[in-house]
Design a protein. Sequence first.
Length: 544
Amino acid sequence: MSRTLTVETTPYDDQKPGTSGLRKKVTRFQEANYLENFVQSIFDSLEGFQGQTLVVGGDGRYHNAQAIQTILKMAAANGFGRAVVGQGGLLSTPAVSHLIRKNEAFGGIILSASHNPGGPDGDFGIKFNAANGGPAKESLTAKMFARSKVIDRYQILDADDVDLDSIGTSRLGGMSVEIIDSVADYADLMETLFDFDAIRTMLAGAATLLFDAMHAVTGPYANEIFGKRLGVDSAHIINAKPKTDFGGGHPDPNLVHAKTIYDAAMKADGPDLAAASDGDGDRNLIIGRGCFVSPSDSLAVIAANAHLAPAHSGGLSGVARSMPTSAATDRVAEAKGLACYETPTGWKFFGNLLDSGDITICGEESAGTGSNHVREKDGIWAVLMWLNILAARTMSVADIMADHWATYGRNYYARHDFEEVDAESAANLMRRLRERLSSYPGTETDAGRIQTADEFSYFDPVDESLTEGQGIRLIFEGGSRIVYRLSGTGTVGATLRVYIERYEPPDGELDKPVPEALAELIAVSRSEAGIERFTGRTEPDVIT
Ligand code: G1P
Ligand code: ZN
């Protein structure tokens, strides 16, 4: 027999969800009642879930399974009627989003710190997704934080652990727990969106795919979808076994951490498409033979070519990008007469536009692209979209990029990250920029004249909410931009992100190395913000 316990607790003061849920060191989550407090704060911020379904899963990082046991017992004690859980506790973020929608669930809880490192000394994270399958809105995360500051008790079932490894249904108090195949539903969805026959035929010929699952959650998805359903040789799906510490690596699909596939793709006999995804399977890296595709460009190419995939053969309703993402997609939207929205950083801001049907495709410069098939960005989806485009156009990735720039022009783009800087200094840097905003317009710099300067705020046309303080923008005559914002996903100090962009028209120079094309703007980005003075740094830690 199991019984419900009401446990007394005291609040923690640092449970404010960031860009994508609550992220902290594993060790913080292991402190007494830390996870319990936040989970109860989630439940206390929701209404009407009695007897309803909750989807639960995570990216398999250290502490995943243990956290799921706690969450299931608390969900049962709080009155959920049914939990749907991925086998072994594994579910990619887009798969959770799909399962919420498919099961008409009340919502879902995802355990992940995305691309942050895992293991006992790594990061852990938790976030709640609502009935539309998307991340909780700002108004809801604000409620959770407020609740976490005063929480004084939580409810949990005193029961044995659930066997997460065996598919089947069991009971936890008044709640049924269904352990399901983590991959099948998601793989079936993908088959409805893309031309699997054409991709299979292409891959059975000379074309090759190399996929790096980075020892994270997408391994099983890649084996099923690319391997079994599309015929990719298992030797070309690397690091496919999920590990609690991601094999000691950093599951961030960029040119540093996915260097193996980058090096392979840069060889003359390299794969036609090399791709990777991150810890929880929502990000993607796309590299053609000899040609890295920046995420901002990838979004633009997808917007221009999505009609080649069966899901979008009727065209798109509109597109959206996060503010710091390059305006390459805007060019496509303009040429095709599509509505184009600019939202704050974070996937949660796309949800309303997707739900209302205003947009079909959206993305971020941080390696996230997706569509209205779920309410999260989706790494495997992006790879399938590129495969579908390659199969339909029978051109190389490099040729597709050259053709794209020759049609729409090129938005040279880079993001410079200054990581783990002192939080107060970073705040001071931003404050000084904010104070100087009104003096910028008309200022001459080595990179041209500044036309406007502002702090980005977003008015959501669907729910009419206003989100302020979303990054400082210096916009130059001719459309070049420098954007500054502080990361909302880090767990140590502050990370200053500087986004730099310059547009080159179709008849301009389209083949310059990016650092060269952006040299003047980069210098101005450093001097105007006083980056060295405030942070002590002369160079960024990461350039993407
Ligand atoms: C980062 C990215 C952002 C993305 C988020 C979650 O957030 O910049 O685009 O939505 O991770 O994957 P940030 O650390 O910049 O707040
Ligand atoms: Zn992620």
